[in-house]
Design a protein around this ligand. Structure first.
Ligand SMILES: [Zn+2]
Length: 287
């Protein structure tokens, strides 16, 4: 298949060997070794190299860490199952679906099908692997794969398909709306562990198994502050461009900047391994 050839070529060109590892239970304990192929990120990597990488976040780079061939089939089937699961519960509800509820729904609905033992282990590996190994330097607000969003703590924001935490986020979003009016929209609110799995692994899938590339624009599961109250805003009618650099040309961005709302989680030239995200509003200013 063309795709797999491309992948092999990519792995080869990146100088990554094939470990061809099957998943054994004892591997889960070896958290310090790391499961994915590639060089462990080092703070000694030159600042210039680093900034170049972040600026070109959507391109593969020489030291990027990959999902190795031995895990690829499991990775692929996991992504497909997560996509079917989202289709089953709907985009809105999937935003707050927990890992545990997701597993049990999949088991009960043949259209999705039970997550296999290998797929569950793969998800655990991804969740508990240290993101620093592939270049994500941010904190990890969600510590356990089973962390849940409690329905009583959140509200669904009308017409957005997104949820916000009552205490931490709603007030700030309402305030922003009062200042900016209807032109500002909520583009992403709370994301459960399951939701972040799908977003992150979709991105890894689109980049042919490149974990580092994916993590430059999407926090790995557990590392996203969308799990903790942060949210994204955009300009009404601006579509996917709300998640690109040109968002800074919109009225919404300009007004937010003027009014001092842009205490960004990922500012320009941040050292967290993440691209500049001017649309991402930081809620908890202490972390
Ligand atoms: Zn965000």
């Amino acid at each position: 298949m063309v795709e797999s050839m491309k992948r092999r070529h990519l792995l080869k060109s990146l100088g990554a060997g094939c470990i061809g590892m099957g998943i054994a239970p004892e591997l889960l304990a070896k958290t310090t070794r790391g499961y994915f192929i590639g060089k462990t990120y080092s703070p000694d990597d030159g600042l210039k190299d680093y900034l170049h990488k972040i600026k070109n976040f959507n391109k593969p780079h020489q030291d990027d860490v990959q999902i190795e061939n031995g895990l690829y089939a499991t990775f692929e089937s996991t992504v497909m199952r997560l996509r079917r699961l989202q289709k089953l519960v709907g985009h809105g509800n999937f935003n707050i679906l927990s890992f545990t509820d997701g597993l049990s729904l999949a088991r009960n609905y043949p259209d999705v099908g039970k997550f296999t033992k290998e797929e569950r282990k793969f998800l655990e590996i991804v969740f508990y692997e240290d993101g620093q190994r592939y270049g994500f330097m941010g904190q990890k607000p969600l510590k356990e794969i089973t962390d849940q969003v409690k329905k009583k703590d959140v509200i669904k924001v009308p017409y957005s398909g997104n949820f916000l935490y009552k205490e931490r986020s709603v007030e700030l979003f309402e305030e922003i709306k009062k200042e900016l009016g209807d032109q500002v929209i909520l583009t992403s609110g709370i994301r459960s562990v399951m939701k972040q799995f799908l977003l992150f692994l979709n991105k890894v899938y689109d980049s042919e198994g490149n974990l580092s590339l994916a993590s430059r624009s999407l926090a790995p599961p557990g590392y996203s502050f969308h799990g903790n109250g942060d949210f994204d805003v955009g300009q009404k009618g601006y579509g996917k461009l709300n998640f690109t650099g040109t968002f800074t040309e919109t009225d919404v961005y300009k007004r937010l900047a003027e009014l001092g709302y842009l205490k960004l989680r990922y500012p320009q030239d941040n050292k967290l391994g993440v691209r500049y995200e001017p649309w991402h509003i930081k809620i908890n200013l202490n972390v």
